[in-house]
Design a protein around this ligand. Structure first.
Ligand code: IMP
Length: 416
């Protein structure tokens, strides 16, 4: 039975831990979009590890880790990540990079940074070169993983592209092909080239039990998210068939990961955002700082309007609710049940999609449970008020909650 795990909010829902947990029962974990903009935090023997491009299945012995064609791969960061894993004695022999995946170069990162610096309405990108690399892909001018196999051709290709970028003022005039950044890039390309292997047979092997790992979240989707404050790929389900070459009919479990509250990093509308000390407290206890950039994450109450949209969009049939323990601190906890704009009120997110900065959330309030739940492993042992909160969310989303996470460690989960 193949499974999908994807973020239902604006990313950072805690997917890494859940992929690590679920990948015990699969032999392939595959990423289909995004790149080093992601930061999936996992713990191995008590040590915190942040994976950016390697799928979180790498912690399981013999698991095949696929970096799909829909990804944009940064060789420099990937090289560092693989070396760190090797130092920790994880086997990296089973990493497969699709030959068709596109490559982020120092040039793309420089374009990303310049775009942001000069923009009036800043997106707040991670600066990892994601957007510019996808631009080159769709402009049919991209560099693909397969191009790394011929070093001279690669250098020519990139030197030419840099020339165009300088001519068009896409980057600062100081960027030079002889810069150290390019040397590091070419060395990293050489290092990762041994991982470039055809992924089709794995994705279509009868014996493969596949777990697909989404990065970012549904609301950051380039087509279905809060455009233009989105990432440049499709974290939603459509990205899987194009980004891995596998039809979604092959998946029976579509697991949406939702934080028990909401966070967002970068700019863009966020209806349930809290600007008071409750928001600050969530940020503080939830350690809500970006795993990739260290930026503080904006925090707010759980938004069932947005969650229902994500569930429908992706056909999610199970939910994992993460970081419930962070809410233990509060006397009152709120859930947004509808939006209001002028006189119109609705719980249909799509109606407000292009007006999200104007909507007012309508809340239902719950009494908090005010006690530590981080070592509870059984649903029955949860305090009554926590159960009430969970059951309400399950009902309003009309989708089964399969796992509740109550702390960062692998064993801090309640399976239902
Ligand atoms: P980009 O993906 O770097 O182009 O950034 C576009 C938007 O997506 C920005 O608001 C980023 O903060 C956000 N973003 C990108 N990757 C992640 C992620 O893994 N978690 C949360 N937000 C992300």
């Amino acid at each position: 039975m193949n499974k999908i795990i994807m973020g239902g909010q604006w990313g950072d829902e805690g997917k890494g831990k859940i992929v690590d947990l679920i990948s015990k029962n699969v032999n392939v974990v595959a990423r289909y979009q995004g790149g080093a903009n992601a930061g999936h935090t996992v713990y191995s023997n008590g040590k915190k590890l942040v994976l950016h491009q390697v799928p979180s299945g790498i912690l399981q012995d013999n698991c095949i880790c696929v970096l799909g064609n829909g990804m944009v791969i940064d060789p420099v960061e990937l090289c560092l990540e693989i070396k760190e894993l090797e130092e920790l004695n994880f086997s990296t022999a089973n990493i497969y990079i699709s030959p068709n995946a596109h490559i982020v170069t120092p040039l793309h990162k420089a374009i990303d940074v310049k775009n942001e610096d000069s923009a009036k309405n800043k997106i707040g990108t991670t600066g990892k070169g994601i957007g510019p690399t996808y631009v080159d892909k769709y402009n049919r001018k991209g560099i693909r993983a397969i191009d790394l196999l011929d070093g001279d051709k690669l250098k020519n290709q990139l030197e030419k592209r840099l020339g165009v970028a300088l001519e068009k003022n896409e980057v600062s005039k100081n960027l030079n092909h002889d810069d150290e950044a390019f040397t590091v890039f070419y060395n990293s390309c050489e290092y990762i080239s041994k991982f470039i292997k055809n992924i089709f047979p794995i994705m279509h092997d009868q014996n493969s039990k596949i777990l697909v790992e989404g990065a970012q979240g549904a609301l950051l989707d380039i087509d279905h998210g809060t455009y233009p404050y989105v990432t440049s790929s499709n974290p939603t389900i459509g990205g899987i068939s194009s980004g891995l070459g596998i039809p979604t009919t092959k998946f029976s479990e579509i697991i949406g990961i939702f934080k028990a509250y909401v966070t967002r990093v970068g700019n863009g509308p966020f209806p349930t955002e809290l600007f008071d000390n409750i928001g600050e407290t969530i940020q503080d206890i939830g350690k809500e700082f970006g795993a990739t950039t260290g930026r503080p994450r904006r925090c707010g109450w759980f938004d069932s309007v947005a969650a229902n949209y994500s569930i429908k969009l992706n056909g999610m049939n199970q939910i994992v609710l993460t970081k419930l323990d962070i809410l233990s601190e509060f006397d009152t906890i709120k859930v947004c049940t509808a939006y209001k704009n002028n006189e119109s009120e609705s719980n249909d997110y799509s109606e407000f999609m292009n007006n999200l900065d104007k909507v007012k959330p309508i809340y239902r309030e719950f009494e908090g449970w005010n006690c530590d739940i981080s070592s509870i492993n059984s649903y029955n042992d949860l305090p009554k008020n926590a159960k009430e909160y969970i059951e309400y969310i399950q009902n309003i989303l009309d989708t089964k909650i399969a796992i509740i996470s109550v702390g960062p460690k692998r064993n801090q989960v309640i399976e239902l």
